[in-house]
Design a protein around this ligand. Sequence first.
Ligand code: FES
Ligand code: MG
Length: 590
Amino acid sequence: MATPDSARLRSRRWFDNPSDPGMTALYLERYMNYGITREELQSGKPIIGIAQTGSDLSPCNRHHIELASRVRDGIRDMGGIPLEFPVHPIQETGKRPTAALDRNLAYLGLVEVLHGYPLDGVVLTTGCDKTTPACLMAAATVNIPAIVLSGGPMLDGWWKGKLAGSGTVVWDARKRFSAGEIDYDEFMNNVASSAPSVGHCNTMGTALSMNSLAEALGMSLPGCAAIPGPYRERGWMSYETGRRIVGMVHENLRPSDIMTQEAFENAVVAAAALGASSNCPIHMIAIARHMGVDHTLDDWQRLGPKIPLLVDCQPAGRYLGESFHRAGGVPAVMRELLLAGKLNGGAMTVTGKSIQENLEGVQEPDRDVIRKYQSPLLDDAGYIVLSGNLFDSAVIKISVIDAEFRARFLSDPAHPNVVDLKAVVFEGPEDYHDRIENPDLGVDEMTLLVIRNCGPVGYPGGAEVVNMQPPASLISRGIETLPTMGDGRQSGTSASPSILNVTPEAAIGGGLALLNTGDMIRIDLNNCRVDLLVSDEELAQRKAAWVKPQLVNQTPWEEIYRGMVGQHATGACLEPATAYLDVIQKRGES
Ligand code: FES
Ligand code: MG
């Protein structure tokens, strides 16, 4: 069914351009070779891309291959024509050296597809950690109507009568394996029990966090993020998402209408209430930069720290994705935040309505899993942004600082929230694994484990390695967690209260490069500072003596990436790519 506005559809420039019949014929003929008719392609129906992130190499997103048939049904039922295409795979746990390296590669590839092919709108299939930001970054740059369909979390995992959350269980099982409490087989089986079905991580790791924030931003239909992958509602949501994107094309509702400054502010508030992954600030800042929205770590520091933790999900809490979904999911959390006056309720969403309008009629949640704003799991749960004489910025996730850790390190009555620690420094994850059990290192209960050369340039993409566990000798004495700090990231499934994402990183001469094992470091959470306790002169001398490390590239992309990537604080974007928003949009071709 052609609609009155079909003449303005960008796909018409390929498939029905009377002023250039030669090119139109060329564009058309090959799309007909598997059965689409010329009548369909020239009917003025919107052509809708389905950006397929699922594959055998991307198991967290693999069921999108099946879900896409329901997306197609929805698109067809509303008078659109679906064209599915692959997105460069990004598997968090399988890609060496890091999955983060490929976020910007998938972004680049998707920009080329969205810009260069006859698509009027796109369904972004998301799931595993970096797939969500990669898709949203590309949608921002090209700015054609776009909607997120997450694949949903796996079913809850169980092991010996206890919930086993993906990722989170690994950190715990590793400690028990190191301490000799479990053998190799039990270790493997325990970890595998946390992944019982299709879907992405069932903890509030980076995957569930980023899909929840995509919903909080207004980029998916309400309720989408938390539906487990195998549930029938996931199929329903796929169908409704396919239906809705056609309407969005007719309404010309674009990412720039939805991903506004107000929407990003909402996402910061939602992240704190969810206990979301420490990777979220990086990805949200990257999406905002590609959208041309002024959104920085300052916004996270301004809006996040005073927001309470409302969602009782691992790693900050107890439950997993199924409970989160049954309790009400993201809409229930957003309702709490709206009632508390913490959201910009007028922010537009993919429904064509505001956040506030979408939340009308949302029911009271299951209070065991999603708390009332006034009686949270934890007050003041957002990230704190730190700085000092070693770096311009780093992030610490307050919601995972547990009572035991607080009592051990942050409860000196004379100086609450201030602690001096002795640094033990590792040059990267390989060095950490080689040396952590060496007794000569002198790691004790007042040690700060530091890891460097793990930022976007140093370990290309930025390695998730900062949540280092103490040596077995300490674990067997009951000291399971030490403070850690690094220029890498950490898995969103980790409950480690680490100082993360240090910017600038050591590989480009950041202050962590100047640290020596044995240095004393003061962490002062009251003033959001981390300082090396040496004189300015000493620091200057060390800086003058610093030698830039030789970086070895293993692939062409690593070399290109290292030459263009920015730092974690500014989203680890390909810097030249952030200038393209205006170029593509002003040309009027999107
Ligand atoms: Fe893919 Fe966690 S490893 S979602
Ligand atoms: Mg991860």
